[in-house]
Design a protein around this ligand. Sequence first.
Ligand code: NDP
Length: 459
Amino acid sequence: MARFDYDLFVIGAGSGGMRAARASAAYGAKVVIAEDNRVGGTCVIRGCVPKKLLVYGAHVREEIEDAAGYGWTIENASFDWPTLIANKDREIARLEAVYRDLLAASSVMLVEGRARLLDPHTVEIAGKQITADKILIANGAHPVRPEGFTPENSITSNEAFHLEKLPKRIAVLGGGYIAVEFAGIFNGLGSQVTQIYRGEQILRGFDDDLRHGLAAELRVKGIDLNLKTHVKRIEKAGNAWRLTLDDDSDLEIDRIMCATGRVPNTADLGAEAAGVALGDGGAVKVDAFSQTSQPNIYAIGDVTNRLNLTPVAIREAMAFADTVFGGRPWAMDHDTVASAVFSQPPIGTVGLTETAARRRFGALDIYKASFRPMKHTLSRRKERTVMKLVVERSTQRVRGAHMLGVDAPEIIQSLAVAVKMGATKQQFDEAVAVHPTAAEEFVTMRSKEPEPAGVKAAS
Ligand code: NDP
């Protein structure tokens, strides 16, 4: 008789957990997966996918405005929030059903309920105890609010997807991915948006040219972006809320959305009972192979707080399955991972920022382009595209490629192959342009930026 009920117990049916469960089952493992919410996890149910659908919805407004420059008259255009939300919900339900079918087709057993580790091989769920040889923790993270903000006075991205009404006035707190994406969504759909960020500039960690470029674009689009600003007080004001900022100014709004970070779901996991060590902010500590301090327990995705992106979790899942059940050990390389911010306009980025590259390599050659996209010559929209290549001077390798502008995520995905391969600037130059596109700028930039003051001596 088998020593354990299953070969693998996966906690969390999100992008990472699903992939690990199916890939392990394909190697012949007997697999069970637990989910206490909807199958699909953050990305599919309350993250990337519904967010992008709302971004598309919000962008229609600009398409309608831009149409005039092309001779079109579109009269009586109006927007209905409940229709968008209902259509989005239908699509998410369809995807969830697809995910459930995928599990069934790969003979992975689904158990619905909250899983808790009792010891290194036992999980308690839905009143039952299930044992497994290996356990994979892939249960993600959840949004957090700063002190003073509660479910009563504020929403997070979780609730933003299900509001009954589009708020007339909304304040978005934070300057990260989620804050800029939702500020853009609400603004595009017609809300009056105030964004409040405590730091010097939004999107800390991104290349400075993109950060400044996006902040300027958000303002042009009508978002009231307040930097170096804190909320001092929040109080009820009739049906609305009054926010007092640190300069003592008041702001009356209908909704406040906290987009102030996410924390790993480990508070109630039983990590200690299973001998799984936690690190900063409650993240599960893992090695390069996603193995925890308890050798038969692994963890992937946002719960490990390494690089919190869906495709990263999926790759960590593949590495886990190949290593543990496929007999082909390999570790996910977290270096040079491309990502996008679906702000309006969007950002696509791969590799090092100028600041990080200077720190690592010293002397750099920087190439930049800033222009009005062709589409906006006739639409007359005042939106600029920014592109930038960060080149290590001594090897001429392109260490970073960054773009703010229409289609940036689509363009950067392909460039990520070249940057990951270590292509040089000359190899970029040898690729003939596709004309007329915005992307061609990445292979036609020829003039180096002047050396910034203070850098000359060092390099
Ligand atoms: P981020 O960590 O990116 O941003 C959190 C923001 O909130 C920062 O601007 C931070 O400021 C601010 N903040 C944190 N604590 C407080 C506080 N107490 N008071 C005021 N402001 C505060 O988190 P997000 O929630 O935006 O996103 C979470 C993760 O999800 C990201 O790391 C990303 O990996 C992933 N994600 C990816 C997306 C994509 O790929 N397109 C889209 C959405 C999310 P400061 O900078 O000063 O710390």
